[in-house]
Design a protein around this ligand. Sequence first.
Ligand SMILES: C[S@@+](CC[C@H](N)C(=O)[O-])C[C@H]1O[C@@H](n2cnc3c(N)ncnc32)[C@H](O)[C@@H]1O
Length: 347
Amino acid sequence: MSALPPTNDDSAIWDIWLAQFRLPVVNVNAEVGTFKALSEAALTTDQLAAQLGVNARALAMNLAALCSMGLVEKRLGLWRATHLARTWLHPDGEGYWGYFTKQIDFNTTLRGRLLASLRTGKRAGDVGEGSGDIASRPAEWERGSMSQEAAEGIAKFMHAHSQAPALGAAAQSVFGELASLMDVGCGSGVYGIEIARAHAGLKVVLMDLKEMATEAQKFIERAGIGKQVSTAGVNMFTEAWPHGHDGHFFSNVFHDWSDATCRLLAKSSFDALPSGGRIFLNEILMDDDYTGPFPAAAFSLLMLVGTLGKQYSLAEFRDILGSAGFVDVEAVRTGGGYYSLVSGRKP
Ligand SMILES: C[S@@+](CC[C@H](N)C(=O)[O-])C[C@H]1O[C@@H](n2cnc3c(N)ncnc32)[C@H](O)[C@@H]1O
């Protein structure tokens, strides 16, 4: 018996690791008073944030996770605690579970980070927690360079969680309509490599910071696909973007950055594409009303504690891409786990 080759769907593995957010997000919201407040009144996110003294952006991400677990619901823009939360999570209720759920929550690190982020709107690494482990590593690329050792670690980390969704993305026939695709913020390059494998006529350039591009080159060699795929070490914020590609592909890149930075990225892409060029964002999408689903909401909490971003909805991406000039923005589920491929076109 030996290892089996990857398939396009590893969502069961995602469910296992994302499950770690369930109990801490409940405990953190019990602590700041979310369930009590929403049992007593229907409130907007901003009203609730003001009442609890927490950060509204972080609260929106928390509420989405709680909603996807059936603890709060949103109607006409107002949040309310559900029957479940009013019965078991209201601190004045006879059935209050909070005394138990906090003590049984051994994931104190994550709970501390979620609480810090909810209160301040800043991620854990910026408020004195979380340096040194994987959740604080993204800060390294925010400096625009990283050690080769860090790049190697991040490439392996990203490669593991991107293998299945890369196969899902690669199966999309739209890539066969392109001549040359640039995989921006490529990490290990797993997406560009799988897309190239699935579309023999397509040239692919894997673009990332130079240390990461060096790592991606190793994956190209391992895949034996050097005739079709090459690398470019480019800082997407400070250096000129290569021209000559009719498609730009970003996977898990926009979710690392704020709305304002995503708009800058979309504009840089727009300017570097020819007329008719396509932009692709491979992401786990939030529902348009930001109420779940749980995998997206939990992944978004990871972004909250570890990056400057969040998981976006198609509605938000349409606005971001539209602001740069892209049209025909749409999304399809790729079959690559929980991922969707958002696309837009430069007129
Ligand atoms: C979350 S990883 C995604 C990697 C890969 N696309 C995937 O989905 O597996 C984000 C990537 O963006 C890259 N990145 C961050 N800042 C960058 C910059 N200024 N220029 C180019 N790439 C950058 C990081 O090095 C990292 O590889």
